[in-house]
Write a protein that binds this ligand. Structure first.
Ligand SMILES: Nc1nc2c(ncn2[C@@H]2O[C@H](COP(=O)(O)OP(=O)(O)OP(=O)(O)O)[C@@H](O)[C@H]2O)c(=O)[nH]1
Ligand SMILES: [Mg+2]
Length: 442
């Protein structure tokens, strides 16, 4: 996420840290570099100006320079300022007084509205809601088909029309359908605009009046930088926006849109998209987001993601077995599946403090794809007994497993050795002797 901006900011701090003491001149030099890094990330110039001024004022005002750890405190101040720029606290999705709560998604063409409609649907269902998706873009047949197919993959109800249906009629029909099926949320995908003319504005206003949405959310492509900020302002003039969803934050967006859009428009960011898949939507927490930009990781999000994959009882049972050293290769495989479900490994690494800083140096893609696929194939080629008691794997079993997984016997050996070591370390940590293990690179 925003790798280039992250690297630059971390570089500034490393340089400051090498000074020992920090003079006002050092601070100004560092702030000049912060300013450049933000401008290069395409952050709005006014936001940059205010940001740097605020950090300087906070740093000088709180006698940071005379303190024992000036660098740490300057990082803290930059972090706090980032959190402020991103909106301070978490803005959650509102619920209407009477069900169903209607969420209207608007945005420029290709910004990710249809994908986000499906992602929101899944997010809502995971929190116990009953969402209905509506493709209010009937004129373009492919648009309806896209939403239908996403809904089918998620087994979620979708209402779309054909080319002769007017968006307004379709929305009326969808609201009725929502009542009949007791849907608790209606997520409405709308036409993407390239440039809005008066007619487009009227259509949007008409839909808004009819739907009476609790949330009108602009879906904005983070890769487009300041264009996304302009779009937010334009749409906000037509249909007052209640929130923003930034998409394609996983791509090589520079960060300008994310860091400017709230400050410029005053509209809170509610979620952000981290991929094309339906589960690649994360609630937006300014503090967690700032930590990620500064390479300090985001343990809370990692925990949330893990919780989605495992129930408390399962976690407890595994912890108990870990302590007793009873983990088997089956557990290994199961955990591996869970990690895989949590998203691409390269995204997860970004959530870990310290590791995120060396992410670019680890060839994550390769590790993700080939290495893990090989480990999985090897474990899958073992019999149940072998997975439970790897000690029984002798030379001939090893050859059979290697042949079955398209690998070499020494690859099988390596996996077994890694498993043994992992088991030992896990047992040490979980039985409380691991407190001496310091977080990597912290
Ligand atoms: N990498 C990545 N791709 C995304 C994300 N969100 C959407 N996309 C991709 O962006 C492209 C456009 O997404 P759509 O959902 O069709 O966009 P739209 O706003 O509905 O487009 P129109 O209906 O044509 O205006 C698709 O290829 C999506 O897979 C995201 O968070 N990350
Ligand atoms: Mg669409």
């Amino acid at each position: 996420m925003f790798d280039s901006l992250s690297d630059k900011l971390q570089g500034v701090f490393r340089k400051l840290g090498s000074h020992g003491t920090v003079t006002e001149k050092d601070l100004d030099e560092a702030l000049r570099e912060v300013r450049l890094a933000l401008l290069e990330a395409d952050v709005h110039y006014k936001v940059v100006k205010d940001f740097v001024a605020a950090v300087r004022e906070r740093a000088l005002g709180s006698a940071v320079l005379k303190s024992l750890s000036p660098m740490q405190q300057i990082i803290d101040i930059v972090n706090q300022q980032l959190v402020d720029v991103l909106g301070g606290g978490h803005a959650k999705l509102e619920r209407g007084k009477n069900p169903p709560t209607v969420i209207m998604l608007v945005g420029l063409k290709g910004s990710g509205k249809t994908t986000t409609a499906a992602k929101l649907g899944l997010h809502l269902r995971r929190t116990g809601e009953r969402p209905l998706l509506v493709g209010a873009d009937p004129e373009r047949v492919a648009a309806g088909e896209q939403l239908q197919s996403l809904g089918k993959q998620l087994s979620m109800p979708v209402v779309t029309g054909d080319a002769s249906t007017k968006p307004a009629d379709l929305c009326k029909q969808a609201l009725k359908e929502a009542k009949n099926t007791s849907a608790s949320y209606v997520v409405v995908d709308t036409v993407g605009h390239v440039q809005m003319d008066d007619e487009d504005r009227d259509t949007l206003r008409e839909l808004r009046k009819l739907l009476d949405p609790t949330e009108v959310i602009l879906v904005a492509d983070a890769m487009t930088g300041q264009e996304a900020v302009n779009a937010a302002e334009q749409f906000n003039e037509t249909v007052p926006l209640t929130g923003l969803i930034l998409t394609k934050v996983d791509g090589d967006a520079r960060g300008g849109a994310a860091l400017s859009i709230r400050a410029v428009t005053g509209i809170p960011i509610k979620f952000f998209g981290m991929g094309e898949k339906a589960d690649a939507l994360e609630p937006f927490y300014p503090d967690r987001f700032a930590s990620r930009i500064l390479g300090m990781g985001d343990i809370l999000t990692l925990i949330d993601k893990a919780k989605e994959q495992i129930s408390e009882e399962e976690a407890e049972s595994i912890t108990q077995r870990m302590k007793k050293g009873e983990l088997t290769l089956d557990d290994f495989l199961e955990q591996y599946q869970r990690i895989k479900n949590m998203g691409p490994l390269s995204n997860l690494i970004g959530l870990l403090p310290g590791l995120s800083q060396i992410k670019s140096r680890l060839n994550m893609e390769e590790m993700d794809e080939s290495q893990f696929a090989r480990i999985e194939a090897i474990i899958r080629s073992m019999t149940k007994a072998e997975r439970q008691h790897p000690d029984i794997i002798d030379g001939s079993r090893r050859r059979r497993i290697a042949a079955g997984s398209g690998t070499q016997p020494q690859d099988v050996n390596r996996v077994l050795k890694q498993f043994k070591e992992a088991k030992k370390i896990i047992q040490q940590i979980s039985s409380g002797h691991g407190s001496k293990i310091t977080p990597f690179l912290r």
